[in-house]
Design a protein around this ligand. Structure first.
Ligand SMILES: [Zn+2]
Length: 479
């Protein structure tokens, strides 16, 4: 095999000099029999599931899919329109952020859309949208991204949330009876929602259970908040697929849960739940959650940001420049509620922070599939798309997971929730070619995600130049 170097394209981008990426075409003495759009040469393939790396690999890609992965000796069998010599750089599946929101009403449509490139810039090639009030726009982006007309991560969406007759968020579908549950599931089915998101503005435990029961019959996945009056293990017995944030798991781990439920305290019971957390009971609860493959999305990073929102000065955050003024305005709400909480002596957030962190490792060890999710979106102050998922992964490691285990909560468990591991979760033939190319190995240190240089998503290759351009296009007051 002879490699003909055509263009040393990266010369002008200092951050990429390490790679010395080159465009090359393959010309072979014998006719190659297999063809691809793109071939990555000299890759070090990261296997997140086994925490192993395999150097000296080629990766052949056609459109959005990986055709073949193998030792460099076999690359000669391939002819590609474009080739890139990665010179040993690491290749792993694109990240999944399993809990994000697009919301804030029609006046913030454009600002929400502008967040899409921010996800890509941080290597997030798939997001699970956990419900909002601009569903038609989200569904349109979903389609445009799939068709390659809009740069952004692949979107899985719940569509509108299901809540009681005083929903916590605008755009939610109100369900107050079994027939309304049925109608709500019909309506989100019609729009092609990927799962059902429940919320607890004032959803009754009975209707919460009814949603799970009916969704189970229809083969629809359910996750979300739980009314604090409900019982998580009862919901699991009915077929609950996931639970967002750790309040509801925490409740199940307190022997005082029943007596606190009788007092009808809502989230007012949380500090007592922390005080009465029982490790022995927790072990049984975790075992049940694991046996029933209930996906738990901790969202500990946002918990930390919100617990400290009054004490941190975010006004100089560099990522604010990519968040539109309308969304920035929504950040005031959480600051105000933190001020109210402090004034009233409510210490729920600071009290839960350490407790929730301490639950991560035992949940993982029990076999519960954890999901990395940021909860980024309008109203969730200073939790920036992209960076916040990295933050959540760092928190998984801080809580005791290895970097590989932390990455699995994003790139493996994300697709597992949707039963699509045949297409995602590893760099292997037949999988989607949503890939990250990194200078340094993130299995050694989760902070090595910052050495990300190239992102391949939805059939497009974004190197630093393209990513810079994308970010420039969404910058406030571009210079
Ligand atoms: Zn959320």
């Amino acid at each position: 095999m002879k490699l003909t170097i055509h263009v040393p394209v990266m010369k002008i981008y200092p951050s990429l000099l390490f790679f010395s990426l080159i465009l090359i075409t393959l010309s072979c003495n014998t006719d190659p029999v297999k063809t691809a759009d793109l071939i990555l040469l000299n890759s070090t393939v990261i296997h997140v599931d086994s925490a192993k790396t395999i150097p000296g690999q080629f990766i052949a890609i056609n459109g959005r899919n990986i055709l073949e992965v193998g030792p460099m000796a076999e690359a000669a069998d391939w002819k590609a329109k474009e080739s890139r010599d990665l010179q040993g750089a690491f290749v792993m599946p694109g990240l999944w952020d399993n809990h994000v929101h697009f919301r804030g009403g029609d006046s913030l449509l454009k600002e929400n859309q502008d967040l899409l490139p921010l996800f890509l810039a941080y290597g997030i090639t798939t997001v699970r949208d956990a419900g909002g009030d601009i569903t038609p726009a989200v569904l349109q982006w979903q389609q445009d991204i799939t068709q390659g007309e809009l740069p952004g991560p692949r979107i899985f969406s719940s569509g509108p949330k299901l809540d009681g007759d005083q929903p916590a968020w605008p755009g939610s579908i109100v369900v107050t009876s079994s027939s309304e549950v049925s109608a709500a599931l019909d309506s989100i089915n019609v729009i092609g929602a990927d799962y059902v998101k429940m919320y607890d503005g004032n959803l009754s435990p009975e209707n919460y259970y009814e949603i799970i029961r009916q969704a189970e019959e229809r083969g629809m996945k359910t996750t979300g908040h739980m009314p604090m009056q409900a019982n998580l293990l009862d919901a699991v017995a009915l077929g609950l697929d996931g639970t967002e944030h750790l309040y509801y798991v925490l409740k199940a781990c307190s022997p005082k849960a029943d007596s606190l439920t009788a007092l009808d305290l809502g989230y007012g019971m949380v500090t007592t739940l922390v005080d009465t957390y029982n490790a022995e009971l927790a072990e049984k609860v975790y075992k049940t959650l694991a046996e029933n493959e209930v996906y738990v999305t901790p969202t500990n990073y946002i918990g930390h940001i919100l617990a400290n929102v009054l004490d941190e000065d975010h006004s100089k955050d560099s990522l604010l420049q990519y968040v539109g003024p309308g969304i920035q305005k929504t950040y005031e709400g959480r600051v105000k509620s933190a001020e109210r909480a402090r004034a009233s002596g409510n210490s729920m957030r600071s009290k839960t922070e350490g407790q929730f962190m301490s639950m991560i490792k035992p949940m993982h060890q029990a076999g519960i599939p954890l999901l990395a999710g940021s909860d980024s979106g309008a109203f969730n102050s200073y939790v920036y798309p992209g960076e916040s998922l990295w933050g959540e992964l760092q928190f998984m490691v801080k809580a005791g997971l290895t970097p590989a285990e932390a990455l699995a909560t994003s790139v493996i468990n994300g697709p597992r929730f949707f039963d699509i591991t045949s297409a995602y979760g590893s760099v292997a033939p037949g999988k989607r070619a949503d890939l990250l190319i990194l200078e340094e190995n993130p299995l050694e240190d989760i902070d090595h995600l910052a050495s990300m240089e190239i992102i391949i998503a939805g059939g497009a290759v974004y190197d630093q130049k393209q990513l810079d351009q994308l970010l420039k296009s969404i910058k406030n007051n571009p210079q």
